[in-house]
Ligand binder design. Sequence first.
Ligand code: NAP
Length: 454
Amino acid sequence: MKKTIKTQNPYSGKTLETYKYISDKELDEKLALAQTTFEEWRHTELEERSALLLDVAELLETKKRTYADLMTAEMGKPITQSIAEIEKCALLARFYAKNAENFLADAIIETDAHESFISYDPLGIILAVMPWNYPFWQVFRFALPTLTAGNTAVLKHASNVTGCALVIQDIFEEAGYPKGCFQTLLVDHDQIETVIKDERIKAVSLTGSEKAGKSIAEQASAQLKKSLLELGGNNACLILGDADLDKYMDTIFKARMQNTGQSCIAAKRYIVVEEIYDEFMERLKSKLKKLKIGDPTNPETELSVLARPDLAEDLKKQVDKSIEIGAELISGNTMDGAYFEPTILTNVKPGMPAFDEETFGPVASIIKVKDEDEAYKMASTSKFGLGSMVFTKDFESARYRISDIEDGAFFINDMVKSDPRLPFGGTKISGYGRELSKEGILEFVNNKTVYINK
Ligand code: NAP
């Protein structure tokens, strides 16, 4: 007998819904439908596929409050941030509606042939395994370009956001996508293994932790199937001696606290040059004091609970262990259910969880360094490679560091963030492959070489 999935409101602790996993037979039927739909969908005019994106955008915009309420109930995101997430999904749909034709057009390459070019053909059914921290954005970021390229998709979402997972399937159907283009699978980890082994599945995209990434990528590679991995990060945020804190302190703070600290690209390590250290700490403490903490359904709330109580427990262990080996607790580090008090830790050093690992919650880890060189050295002392950011008035000199940064992104005087127009992805244990922009829509296609002589 299979277990059921129970969703729980992390703020109230109340059970929201109970769902049943699908049987292996139902799973097979869904994959069969995805395959049949693919055979037709792949031959649909790109113009038609792109037009549906506008219907998705409109639906998201019209019903944003309903979707945002569900997201907030399932994982505790402050409501204004949930609404913003839905709006960003709509923006992404509009972006690909405008640009997909250009991105997917044959790329002519002059050779000895009469004609030669690359044709971007869809692959088939793509499996997505997604996390709960941005329950809509992560899925749409994958699905919109992947479907527009002519693939069909099946989703295994994080269990705690099963309601969102089902609603997302409804959105595609309500927008007019053929049945079977996008399906949510309520499956457990063992069934995912079956899905990956199924020959109708052509590739896998996973956003999640390193552990899940390794497991899924191993299973995909055993079947010689492509995988794309968007994994964790512990982004460095460098505050150089000349940083303009009047202008950028809000951004610097938001870079750590948004989404209650549960963002892969959050500023997980503040690396601060000693010249500006005291001023930075004063401003950080003052911003923390003013943070509006509480009920995620209240539009005033800026920070609320984590998505599940076990996440708060894990974070507490990381902070406690860091303190045990020399980090200094300035404030915070209490918990209650899924709530984790925003925390400031100083004297953070390599070897501590607060430096080496990803802390997925509102923990500001401060690393004091003597100068700019040491700051950049500390930044790259990480096995993660999602992104780095630097705040300095001398942005011209920061340019010289671009080639030294090994991460997937380097932001000067801004927080690392995603933008539909720019590629997004990591290096090292933060994963591989790119989402968004032209790069994203070309991840799940066959770059077919076509060579024609008269
Ligand atoms: P997670 O525990 O790795 O779960 C992610 C997804 O993988 C969930 O759907 C989960 O399903 C599934 N999963 C986990 N282990 C699996 C296995 N062995 N077989 C099949 N499926 C498996 O991650 P999370 O806690 O949801 O998300 C937080 C992590 O995601 C953080 O590390 C964060 O940095 C990362 N993330 C990265 C990005 C990026 O773009 N790089 C963006 C957002 C988040 P269940 O829920 O059923 O376990």
